[in-house]
Design a protein around this ligand. Structure first.
Ligand code: 48F
Length: 252
């Protein structure tokens, strides 16, 4: 016989236990798009305690829909990073293509298998700062934030925070507003119009620590630095995710 309240107890008990095991972590990654998932995989594989906080129910960010909803992504570089997850990449005319649904599913699975934790439906709404350094994130359920309920969030301590929130560069925007950034101009330059070749190069180049303890990766790196968007080509996201993982590993 199934006892309904046993289902309740198991869910609440299991989630509370997992959450409490992750209130002091090495790296908090905000956003489970391709760059965040890749960073999480490499960091967790290196033995770091990593959590991705994802605002939506489904991790995957902008990769699900390929281009114009056709579930295909294109890569010019970095296909080997995707292949490490088990995603099949097909070479054609100097490019690689992959099924976007397979790519998301396998990037998520690879991050989890490496030991990263994903908390979905949870938004990061602020950071923690001590002695001029980011030392954690402030989180709340997305549903609470979407409805606009006046419910206070809770905090998670982390040695490093990675902003992988894509075009919005949500976390860097919060820090810019309150403290300014350690970038050449000290502010967010804003994403420029589509130019895949330049955007792909710049997203890796601009993957950086923009405030002590805060790193940007993926499209957030281009939005902060004022570089172009690049549409449904994803090699730069993967390379940026790998680069940010290496940068963080050197520091913590
Ligand atoms: O947008 P997204 O996929 O970021 P990315 O890894 O990749 C960009 C590409 O998908 C595409 C592109 C390819 O060339 O340009 O756009 O840079 O994933 C960002 C994730 O962050 C979540 C959001 O729901 C999405 O899944 N997110 C955004 N803000 C928050 C957040 C927040 N404050 N808290 C938690 N999650």
């Amino acid at each position: 016989m199934i006892r309904d309240t046993e289902v309740t107890r198991l869910i609440v008990e299991q989630f509370s236990k997992t959450f409490l095991e992750h209130i002091h972590i090495d790296v908090a990654i905000v956003g489970a798009g391709p760059s965040g998932l890749t960073a999480a995989r490499y960091l967790a594989k290196a033995g770091k305690k990593v959590v991705i906080f994802e605002r939506k129910l489904s991790p995957g960010g902008g990769m699900w829909g390929g281009g114009i909803g056709y579930p295909v992504i294109v890569l010019k570089q970095g296909h080997e990073i995707l292949e490490e997850t088990g995603t099949k990449c097909v070479e054609k005319d100097g490019y690689w293509t992959a099924n976007s649904i397979e790519a998301v599913a396998k990037c998520v699975a690879a991050a989890l298998d490496s030991g990263a934790q994903i908390f979905n439906a949870m938004s990061v709404e602020d950071v923690m700062v001590r002695d001029g350094r980011i030392c954690g994130v402030v989180v709340n359920w997305s549903a609470i934030m979407d409805v606009g309920l006046h419910v206070d969030p809770v905090s998670i301590e982390a040695k490093a925070v990675i902003d992988a929130t894509g075009h919005d560069c949500d976390i860097t925007r919060i820090v810019e507003k309150k403290y300014g950034l350690n970038t050449p101009t000290g502010k967010i330059e804003g994403e420029k119009s589509m130019w895949a070749d330049e955007g792909e190069r710049k997203t890796v180049e601009h993957t950086a620590e923009v405030f002590p303890g805060l790193y940007v990766t993926g499209m957030a790196a281009n939005a902060v630095a004022g570089a172009p968007r690049m549409g449904p080509i994803f090699g730069g996201m993967l390379l940026s995710g790998k680069k940010v993982a290496e940068m963080v590993m050197e520091k913590i």
